[in-house]
Design a binder for this molecule. Structure first.
Ligand code: SF4
Length: 282
């Protein structure tokens, strides 16, 4: 065991190569905080990541994990869950992964209420490939592929998830890891598809810390997360533009629905072999 692992049993031998100041550090801190509280369950937890800066998180946590393909976090996570239903499976994806290449998987995971937790590291930029616009980049975003500014408006992932049928919809901020840890713990406790969009500044290519620090507000007890209309209204309060608006973070919506595997389960019954047996005079 290395010195780092003696200090932190969840540490790995991998050198952390995120840029100093990257919002992924806040997500890693929050995740480890939750995992340390669940040390007895760690052998029943699996992390799955996609491709992008976020994906390295599976290298930095000493539990079972799977590094998947771009946009394919959810099919891999669901495959693991189908094969081993007793496991808790947590998918990590970037905003390009989740809302670009993998958007159909995301909609159907929510629609079907797959029993998974899905954490999106949303920095509104492709950081690993040095700064191209993504589905949540603001209109006018100037990057490598849009030097004159993106003409597209960003999608609002919370609206997308609410309208697709997700049973747990939350937003966190990497700059508030303690609050984010509470959201991750609640998501892991949820039975069904638990979705967290995490505002994760990319320090190098789209540094949004200052804006988020000024505008993020934790949702208070006056919000009833079982009220879909209230959740919808709250989700529309900020449309992923970078203008002066209040940005709610916390649990927007939580409800219960049958799991996909319950809905498709074939009832067990004894096979009827009478015709077969008669044919062979048994
Ligand atoms: Fe983080 Fe951006 Fe650096 Fe990637 S490029 S490690 S997202 S700061």
């Amino acid at each position: 065991m290395s010195l780092a692992q003696e200090k932190d049993p969840l540490a790995t031998y991998a050198e952390i190569t995120w840029c100093p100041g990257c919002g992924n550090f806040g997500i890693l801190t929050a995740l480890k905080r939750v995992l340390k509280e669940r040390s007895a369950e760690l052998n029943r937890l699996v992390l799955v990541s996609g491709i992008g800066c976020h994906g390295k998180i599976v290298d930095y946590v000493a539990i079972n994990s799977f590094y998947s393909l771009h946009g394919r976090v959810l099919p891999v996570a669901w495959g693991i869950k189908m094969a081993r239903p007793e496991l808790s499976v947590v998918g990590h994806a970037g905003d390009g992964d989740a809302y670009g290449e993998g958007i159909a998987h995301l909609i159907f995971a929510a629609k079907r209420n797959l029993d998974l937790t899905f954490i999106v590291h949303n920095n509104s930029v492709y950081g690993l490939t040095t700064g191209q616009f993504t589905p949540t980049s603001p209109k006018g975003f100037k990057g490598r592929s849009t030097p004159k500014g993106s003409p597209e408006s960003p999608i609002n992932p919370l609206e997308l998830m609410l309208s697709s049928g997700a049973t747990f919809v939350a937003r966190g901020y990497a700059g508030r890891p303690q609050h984010l840890a509470q959201l991750i713990a609640e998501a892991l406790n949820h039975r069904g598809f638990a979705f967290i969009d995490v505002l994760q500044p990319c320090y190098t290519f789209f540094n949004t810390y200052d804006f988020y620090n000024r505008h993020v507000r934790e949702i208070g007890p006056e919000h009833d997360p079982s009220d879909f209309e209230a959740a919808w209204h709250l989700a529309r309060r900020w449309s992923y533009t970078y203008e002066a608006e209040e940005i709610p973070i916390g649990i927007f919506y939580r409800t219960e629905k049958p799991l996909y595997e319950e809905a498709v389960r074939v009832p067990e019954k004894e096979p009827d072999l009478s015709g077969h047996l008669a044919r062979y005079h048994l």
